[in-house]
Design a protein around this ligand. Structure first.
Ligand code: MN
Length: 714
């Protein structure tokens, strides 16, 4: 275990200005807090955070990171409190420790490997500060190094598998190549020890058979290149057992068939030299086709840059050669952490090559423009995946959604049927409105009901294309069905008025005239107002045309006096559908109503005393006799009231409480006029029908502060 002074020395070696006092305080605090706790190895627990801190000093990370490493398990595993840590180490450190604790707390519950990628993204998204992730990776690395002490084999395998699926790829994602390799190799030992042993044995055998082959190849390559007057470093090595094994799996080949188990690295000073060296390689050795990759012109997403080529090299060995600059090499091996190292070594000039980190671009931008290193660290909030949010299903699956996604989006993401029938949602155990915006790590449970259908109002807040498409499709389908039903009702009525009986067969006979493929299609057109019922009747019975001329104008008084014997029953429907309610008079179930056919929009319902109707008196073909269909479940409608209220204290609250007592829900309230004595206002109230509204009006009239109440028109 690293001693206190050793750790401090290590940090001071690369950061002479490191805060020694705080480092010491953190070291002592961690030792005291973990006290007599023991690791599976029998070591005192506090050796773990100290080792984790030690690992991070290899990457020359800043003091805050090292302190965070020392404290990373105190919140989770000891009686340390956030308040105490804030008091002793400040809010910045506390934020970092909290970040690591949160990462530790979320756990991948699903073994499905499709989930792994989302889970990695969740970890990245939750690591607002990249240093949180660096500490977490070092934590995992130390746990993996000591995994053999864990006695239960299932537990070892589970942790090793998680390391392979989550943490090794994460390390690669942020460019920490050597951590990735070590994690993989350690995990491999526990997951498939037999495979690893046989690969190691085979490597040993090859080594004995052909002693010093690596160094012979290195010196020949060096010779070839230095003849051209270039100064380079060349390193040769066997590939790691795990990467050999992966290749065997991927290509489905045996070890005997695996030829390029040796990799050579050529390090040069600058980028043009990379291509020069490549030229010498290809001029001197036979190229293995299809193996050339230029990650310098097209870097990997994690910023990795190098040229790879495979040749039949010295002694006819098939070898992979990687060519890169020394700086590229450092970034390839240490990734994100390399930037801290450079920041420490050279304050300016070195950052240019690092800009390839797509998701680190913002961060580097700050690096280039920040005047102080502290300022840089202050702003190292990662913008990664900010356009995405990751939530858990009750089974523990991680669902990736766009930012601002709601439970409805979540439901559709899981299954179309769940989306279509969702009625409510629980987020982290509590019921929330369906429009609630989801956050990273939320656990979402969708409540469904067989009776539910997609709600058109959802379209206003969903953000996924899938949800939107389903909702729109449903609305369209509903609308078509309604147009069809409405069209049929209109035709039945038109037929009856002319003294005929309606039949589908009669309609079928005139489809050609209207150029429609089916009866349903024609009914839909009539319902949508593109053809009138009369037009269709005349097509079926051409002789009836004359009667129509007699009826030029609709006498409003007559309409108002008319009995609704043959009214077309309409239901309370959703706005935007085939039937909708006029905004001028807000008709309610129970009101006497009239329908006006609007071309392409279906039918607009007005109350029979609505002034707007006068506009249509000369277009009798657009009038439709309609009545309420009261069979359905109670629905909600907006009733609008105009109130005149005395200007006194508590007036508004007595009005609202009267409305609430009568089960009315105020959806909108607007003042229209205000004087010293009175104010006038318009109130929109959610009601079931006209009787409901009448009750509310009566109750309001009985309220002392209310001077006058009227249903508002227009
Ligand atoms: Mn730990």
């Amino acid at each position: 275990m690293m001693r206190q002074y050793e750790l401090v020395e290590r940090v001071k070696a690369y950061d002479p200005e490191a805060c020694e006092t705080t480092l010491n305080r953190a070291y002592v605090y961690a030792t005291q807090k973990h006290g007599s706790q023991k690791r599976a190895s029998g070591d005192p627990y506090f050796s773990h955070p100290i080792e984790v801190a030690g690992i991070l000093t290899n990457y020359k990370l800043d003091c805050d990171t090292i302190i965070t490493a020392l404290l990373h398990d105190t919140i989770e595993d000891t009686d340390a409190t956030p308040e105490e840590i804030t008091k002793l180490f400040g809010t910045n450190i506390m934020k970092l420790v909290d970040g690591v604790t949160k990462l530790t707390q979320i756990e991948l519950k699903s073994a499905d490997s499709k989930q792994a990628e989302n889970f990695r993204k969740l970890l990245l998204a939750m690591s607002e500060d990249i240093r949180v992730l660096l500490v977490k990776l070092a934590d995992r690395l130390h746990n993996m190094r000591t995994l053999h002490y864990i006695t239960k084999p299932e537990k070892r395998v589970r942790i090793a598998a998680e390391t392979l699926e989550i943490y090794a790829p994460l390390a690669e994602r942020i460019g920490m190549h050597d951590i990735k390799e070590e994690l993989e190799d350690l995990a491999f030992q526990h997951i498939n020890p037999e495979a690893r042993d046989s690969i190691l044995a085979r490597l040993e055998f090859l080594r004995e058979k052909d002693d010093n082959v690596v160094s012979r190849i290195v010196s020949e390559l060096k010779d070839v290149i230095s003849r051209q007057g270039l100064k380079v470093d060349i390193y040769g090595r066997e590939k790691r057992p795990y990467s050999i094994w992966q290749k065997m799996q991927r290509k489905n080949i045996t070890f005997g068939e695996l030829s390029d188990i040796m990799a050579f690295r050529v390090l040069v000073d600058d980028m043009p030299q990379c291509y020069e060296v490549l030229g010498y390689m290809h001029a001197n050795y036979k190229v293995v086709p299809g193996r050339f990759k230029d990650y310098i012109s097209t870097p990997k997403p994690n910023g990795y840059r190098s040229i790879h080529t495979t040749v039949l090299g010295p002694e006819n060995h098939r070898i992979e050669v990687q060519i890169r600059t020394r700086h590229m090499h450092e970034v390839n091996e240490n990734g994100v952490a390399a930037h801290w190292a450079y920041k420490q070594d050279t304050p300016t000039g070195q950052q240019k090559e690092g800009v390839q980190y797509r998701w680190l671009r913002d961060l580097l931008d700050i690096l280039e423009h920040a005047s102080e290193p502290e300022e840089f660290l202050e702003h190292t909030k990662l913008a990664m995946f900010q356009d995405q949010v990751f939530c858990f299903s009750p089974k523990g699956d991680v669902i990736a959604l766009p930012a601002r996604a709601t439970p409805v989006d979540f439901a559709y993401m899981i299954h179309t049927h769940i989306g279509d029938t969702c009625v409510g949602a629980k987020v982290n155990g509590a019921m929330v409105p369906l429009r609630t915006v989801l956050n990273n790590g939320d656990q979402v449970e969708i409540v469904t009901s067989k009776a539910q259908t997609p709600n058109p109002t959802w379209e206003r807040f969903v953000v996924t294309g899938k949800a939107r498409a389903r909702i729109r499709r449903f609305i369209r389908q509903q609308q078509e069905d309604q147009y069809k039903d409405l069209g049929k009702a209109i035709l039945q009525k038109a037929f009856r008025q002319e003294g005929y009986d309606y039949s589908d067969k009669a309609i079928d006979g005139v489809l050609k005239i209207f150029k429609q493929p089916s009866v349903d299609a024609l009914l839909t057109l009539v319902g949508a107002g593109h053809h009138t019922g009369r037009e269709v009747v005349h097509a079926v019975f051409p002789g009836t045309k004359d009667k129509e001329t007699a009826r030029k104008v609709v006498p409003l008084e007559k309409v108002r006096a008319r009995k609704h014997d043959h009214a077309i029953p309409i239901k309370g429907l959703i706005p935007g559908m085939a039937v909708h309610y006029a905004g001028c008079c807000h008709p309610l179930p129970g009101d006497r109503i009239v329908g006006i056919v609007t071309t392409g929009k279906g039918v607009t319902i007005h109350t029979i005393d609505c002034d707007t109707l006068e506009t249509f008196t000369e277009q009798p073909e657009r009038w439709l006799d309609v009545g309420w269909d009261n069979d359905g479940e109670p629905e909600h409608f907006i009733g609008r009231l105009g109130l005149t209220v005395g200007h006194e204290q508590g007036a508004l609250s007595s009005i609202t409480s009267v409305i609430a007592k009568n089960h009315g829900n105020i959806t909108n309230l607007r003042f229209t006029n205000r004087t010293t004595d009175f104010f006038e206002m318009l109130i929109d109230i959610d009601v079931v029908d006209v009787k409901h509204l009448t009750n509310i009006i009566a109750a309001l009239r009985a309220t002392p502060v209310v001077n006058a109440v009227e249903r508002a028109r227009g």
